[in-house]
Write a protein that binds this ligand. Structure first.
Ligand SMILES: Cc1ncc(COP(=O)(O)O)c(C=O)c1O
Length: 471
């Protein structure tokens, strides 16, 4: 059947297209359209509707059809008849329901959150001087698109710094600047997956928010290799069939173990045997308190090891500035992946960091921060020793966090939850495990808490643990 459509304009608003195919009575269609207009607010409370005669004429229907629709809507309370014979909208629009968002958990009053630097100590004045110098002195071409590896000035400055301080064997041309470790490891995983890699080995436990999900999304199988107080267990690694291994050899995350010399040699033998790549995540090596410096493993085998560094722990994670020292045969592939990802990291920050490094500001900043963090760590160890002597600290000699193993009668999740209820943020090791084996433990970041808050936090934790034990 041919369908005739009539447009009705009511107070300037398109109201309805009448279908004359007989499936829905005309008065119903008009009711529905006006009802929808009122609910949506298009016909606001108090607005007048045109007289039935006018509207009937406009629509080409009998006046009775309009009267019937108005009467129905009046009966439902949408419309009301006013003296003088006109009809008004009688109710307001339905409020649009606000999208339901889960209530964010209140921030803990005292938070031993880890993975943070104390950004309140960011060296603003020195950074500003570097930025100013860069903006004054950088050649124009630096503000164009750069090679995927980043700014040459930063390659030079980093190679000097890393070879001097971290014992790497880095050539400026082998460095790729990236947006923190998170992007660096993502680029490496992309390159690995493209070259046919199938399996990525990671420490168990290890961070669960960077390489692991990225590798899984790229179709790689992620295999956990257990760690002990000496970092990754090389006996377990020997049985692991993987194309690459991510390691935190200088300070295992989160348990804090340092990979001893013989294990380093064994890891490199494993990599050579398998033709595997080692990715060395050197995330907090700059902070070392009471142990001898441990050089980067990359220095032992620059053709097998990618060294990954970041300013997230030393300056600020918000800078999103990191670097990879890449075996020469992979440099072009990684640089290409970087260009594809984002065409390069912001150049002003790269040049500012190069200036900051070469002028010795980075060393100065670290010299200033080490005692600050050391005092916080000492306060935490002292408070734990006094208030909770049966929690066994580990991995305390370096970094910005430590772990305490829990005695067997304490359930990690119960302690974490009970602490959260009292406004105390402590975090379990369990969520970072790949296999379900291994002792329960708590991770304490101490970088952002003053000594008094640390003492108060541990007092509170002792009360929490008493409460959990008394259940
Ligand atoms: C194990 C580990 N690696 C690397 C990083 C640094 O990541 P990014 O440079 O992406 O901030 C962190 C930061 O917390 C970390 O905990």
């Amino acid at each position: 059947m041919a369908m005739k459509r009539t447009n009705l304009r009511l107070a300037g608003e398109l109201l309805i297209e009448l279908r004359r195919d007989g499936t829905v009575p005309l008065h119903r269609q008009i009711e529905t359209a006006i009802r929808a207009g009122i609910r949506s607010g298009r016909l606001p409370l108090g607005s007048s509707l045109p007289p039935t005669r006018t509207i009937a004429l406009d629509l080409g229907v009998s006046r009775g059809v309009i009267v019937e629709a108005y009467e129905q809507l009046a009966a439902e309370g949408y419309l009301t008849s006013r003296a003088g014979g006109y009809t008004q909208v009688a109710i307001g629009a339905e409020p649009v329901p606000a999208p339901r968002r889960p209530m964010p958990a209140p921030a803990p009053r005292i938070d031993f959150g880890y993975g943070r630097a104390d950004v309140s100590n960011f060296p603003r004045a020195a950074w500003l001087r570097s930025i100013r110098r860069v903006l004054t002195e950088a050649p124009n071409e630096r503000f164009g698109y750069l090679d995927g590896r980043g700014a040459p000035e930063l390659h030079e400055a980093l190679a000097d710094y890393l070879n001097r301080v971290r014992g790497t064997s880095a050539e400026p041309g082998d460095i790729v600047i990236c947006n923190g470790y998170a992007q660096g490891v993502t680029l490496l995983i992309q390159v690995l997956a493209r070259s046919g890699a199938r399996r990525l080995a990671v420490e168990d436990p290890s961070a669960d928010d960077d390489a692991r999900p990225v590798a899984e999304a790229a179709g790689l199988e992620v295999i956990g290799v257990p760690v002990d107080e000496g970092g990754v267990r090389v006996d377990a690694l020997d049985r692991t069939d993987a194309d690459a291994l991510i390691l935190t050899p200088s300070h295992q995350w989160p348990t804090g173990g340092v990979l001893p010399a013989e294990s380093r040699a064994a890891v490199l033998r494993w990599a050579a045997r398998r033709g595997a790549l080692i990715i060395e995540d050197d995330y907090d090596a700059e902070y070392r308190y009471d142990r001898a410096p441990v050089g980067a493993i990359q220095g032992l085998a620059p053709d097998r090891v990618v060294y990954a560094g970041t300013v997230s722990k030393t300056l600020a994670p918000g800078l999103r500035l990191g670097w990879l020292v890449v075996p020469r045969h992979l440099v072009d592939a990684v640089a290409k992946a970087k260009v594809t990802a984002d065409r390069g990291s912001p150049v002003v920050d790269q040049l500012a960091f190069a200036d900051f490094l070469t002028r010795g500001e980075f060393d100065r900043h670290l010299r200033r921060m080490r005692p600050v963090y050391r005092r916080r760590r000492d306060a935490l160890l002292a408070a734990l020793g006094t208030r909770l002597p049966d929690l066994e600290p580990t991995g305390v000699a370096a970094g910005l966090h430590l772990v305490t193993w829990l005695p067997p009668d304490l359930d990690e999740t119960a302690v974490v939850k009970a602490a959260a209820r009292r406004g105390l943020g402590v975090y379990g090791v369990g969520p970072y495990r790949i296999s379900s084996d291994g002792p329960s433990g708590l991770i304490f970041g101490y970088a952002t808490l003053g000594e008094a808050a640390i003492g108060e936090g541990i007092d509170l934790l002792a009360a929490v643990i008493d409460e959990v034990r008394s259940r």
